[in-house]
Design a protein around this ligand. Structure first.
Ligand code: B12
Ligand code: SF4
Ligand code: SF4
Length: 318
């Protein structure tokens, strides 16, 4: 007999742990032709790793012996606490250099995974044969596609998952389990309709009309992942790590969605770092301190300095 768990149990644990929502999908085979097409067009830039583990991308159930379900979880970082902090220290003024909002919080890979394993441990108290693995970001599958299939939202024109209530300033995590549960049956409408604010707002025309993105043109790729020089033609518009321009343009992110997050604590060292940078005080020890706790783990100090240089040149040229 199939091992089954009532989804209400998982959902109530998720909400208690601090996730905004979660939903489940049968761990079936997924159509990944969109990924291959995207890579064929060269939109992946240098991210060749997206071609790894194609079998598991297609069939994530292979990631766990007898994998039956994938449960997708969302956590909002559009918090009132963060908005108030930015207002108080003036770090969002127009000509200021900026880090993407998510990087002002503790390393989401780590804290979301911990929260997911906490849920797994609680379930195992009553269901000892409940086996599960947690993934955040580094999963070998499209987390947005899974979240969409699970019914947590629709894919917006800027290619991000938008939850009707919490918008797209959310991060995703999943667990794959050997248990079946109640799967989503609801059809989630695409609410972008004739809006194209994100496409218009992108300073680099990186967003295509078919909900895909050309990473070569995206400043978030250029200032976080590209280890080399950023081409002259790319505009950072003040962003020295990541980019939030298309997210900020989106009406679904118009105001803070939660007071604060039980999962994502603010990394206050990031504030010290950005205030320093905007006062021409670029100190490596502040950078190391921010990096230790935070989500900027994949950038070297030299790369940050070169991003700062580029962003400043753009501002002086204005
Ligand atoms: C590589 C990557 C990037 C790359 C490429 C982004 C991209 N859009 O592909 C870069 C470095 C640019 C990037 C930037 C950012 N990223 Co990123 N990124 C990823 C990563 C690791 C893989 C994404 C991937 O596989 N891309 C390849 C494309 C082809 O796949 P896809 O976008 O998932 O596929 C979609 C479309 O192709 C479309 N689609 C589906 N079927 C079909 C069929 C057809 C015919 C067509 C045309 C399209 C289509 O829907 C798919 C599902 O959404 C995921 C984590 C993960 N493992 O999934 C995080 C992830 C997507 N990133 C995330 C975040 C937060 C960001 C940033 C906001 C960070 C920042 N502030 O700078 C920006 C946003 C930029 C943007 N507008 O997308 C979040 C997104 C959360 C959300 N709300 O959706 C994720 C899910 C990480 C996480 N765990 O939360 N990222
Ligand atoms: S993250 Fe920035 S550069 Fe990339 S698509 Fe969005 S607005 Fe354009
Ligand atoms: S800005 Fe408009 S088109 Fe873009 S994702 Fe948001 S609702 Fe969709």
């Amino acid at each position: 007999m199939d091992q089954f768990i009532d989804f209400k149990i998982i959902k109530s644990l998720a909400l208690e742990t601090g996730f905004q929502d979660c939903a489940a999908v049968n761990a079936k085979e997924f159509d990944i032709s969109f990924l291959l097409e995207w890579i064929n067009k060269g939109y992946n830039a240098e991210m060749q790793y997206l071609l790894n583990n194609l079998d598991k991308r297609k069939n994530p159930s292979l990631l766990l012996d007898n994998g039956k379900s994938i449960i997708s979880f969302i956590v909002s970082y559009n918090t009132q606490e963060f908005a108030d902090m930015k207002l108080n220290n003036g770090s969002e003024s127009n000509n200021n250099l900026k880090f993407a909002a998510y990087s002002h919080f503790e390393d989401y890979h780590k804290v979301i995974k911990q929260a997911l394993y906490k849920i797994i441990a609680c379930i195992q108290e009553d269901y000892p044969d409940f086996k599960a693995i947690a993934f955040v970001d580094s999963s070998p599958f499209s987390e947005k596609m899974i979240a969409k299939e699970a019914g947590l939202g629709f894919i917006g024109k800027n290619s991000l998952l938008i939850n009707k209530k919490y918008g797209s300033q959310i991060l995703l995590g999943e667990i794959i389990t050997n248990y079946s549960t109640d799967y989503n049956t609801e059809f989630i409408e695409d609410l972008c309709k004739d809006c194209s604010l994100c496409i218009e707002a992108c300073p680099n025309k990186a967003i295509n009309n078919d909900k895909t993105l050309n990473a070569n043109l995206c400043s978030s790729y250029q200032n976080m992942i590209n280890k080399g020089e950023i081409e002259e033609s790319i505009r950072l518009d003040g962003y020295i790590y990541g980019c939030d321009i298309c997210l900020k343009a989106c009406p679904f992110n118009n105001k803070p969605k939660v007071l604060n997050s039980k999962i994502l604590g603010l990394n206050t060292s990031m504030q010290e770092l950005i205030i320093g940078i905007n006062n021409n005080y670029i100190d490596k020890s502040l950078f190391n301190k921010a990096k230790k706790k935070g989500a900027i783990e994949n950038i070297k100090f030299q790369k940050l300095l070169s991003n700062i240089e580029k962003a400043k040149q753009e501002i002086t040229r204005k």
